[in-house]
Design a protein around this ligand. Structure first.
Ligand code: CIR
Length: 255
């Protein structure tokens, strides 16, 4: 069974971290409504959604993806690269403890889950303003016995690895080649975002279904031309906080 941890959008979301975007007002109620539709869409796909209570003092806490990496065998609790986000991990560790053995990333390591793309037994980790080599070194130690290979990927111009690349089908990645080198992913096929839609590479694969934002119609047409019919979910209000689809859920199998 697929399980998702999500969280109610914080009332302090207006104070979120911003790296590449200008601050503009965020409509809290609209953000919560969109998040509600996102959760309902996951439920419609058969996912058991566990929505955690609001963290009123942690502006970015809806972006639960950044706080943990949940694999079939264990979970890593991250140490987010923005210090304002580090307290977010405590409640996530509590929520995951019944399901997985937990390994915490420790200083000087920093890691955001948005920088982690797992394809089979290979874990790609974005070397970004949030995630560093010290975290990759710790991941290698934690995960070697489970058979995972961890590979660093240099990203430039975007917040996270998964701003630039996500998986949209078994062997296919949706990628913005302006932000990373496709050569890091040998053997994979690629669909490129339309160059006029640089933020279009973040899609959420749930089993064989693909959740995608309606804000990127040209890239959507490229997905459709490749035979992928996405389910559209609008997360545009959280987009103003530099969030995207993958960051609002921690998805994992409960065996
Ligand atoms: C941040 O800068 O940390 C948040 N405002 C946005 C995080 C988005 N997370 C993600 O894409 N995984």
């Amino acid at each position: 069974m697929l399980f998702a941890i999500t969280r109610l959008v914080s009332r302090s979301i207006a104070n979120c971290e911003l790296t590449h975007l200008e601050r503009i007002p965020i409509d809290l109620e609209r953000a919560r409504q969109q998040q509600h539709v996102y959760e309902a869409t996951l439920r419609g796909l058969g996912v058991e959604v566990h929505s955690l209570p609001e963290e009123p003092d942690l502006p970015d806490s809806v972006f639960v993806e950044d706080t943990a990496i949940v694999l079939d065998e264990c979970a890593l609790i991250t140490r987010p690269g923005a210090s304002s986000r580090q307290p977010e991990t405590e409640s996530i560790a509590q929520a995951l403890a019944p399901y997985r053995k937990l390994y915490p990333i420790q200083a000087p390591g920093t890691l955001d889950g948005g920088d982690v793309l797992t394809v089979g037994k290979t874990i790609f980790v974005g070397l970004s303003s949030r995630s560093n080599q010290a975290a990759i070194d710790q991941m290698e130690v934690f995960l070697a016995s489970y058979g995972y290979i961890v590979k660093g990927v240099q990203v430039n111009g975007c917040l996270h690895l998964k701003s630039a690349v996500t998986q949209v089908r078994a062997n296919t990645l949706l990628v913005n080649p302006a932000w990373l080198d496709r050569g890091y992913f040998p053997g994979m096929q690629f669909i490129e975002v339309d160059p006029s839609e640089p933020y279009a590479a973040n899609a959420l694969l749930v089993g064989e279904a693909l959740i995608y934002q309606p804000s990127f119609p040209k890239t959507q047409r490229r997905l459709e031309a490749a035979g992928i019919r996405p389910i559209l979910v609008d997360e545009s209000e959280l987009g103003k906080a530099e969030g995207a689809l993958t960051c609002c859920a921690l998805l994992f199998n409960v065996l």
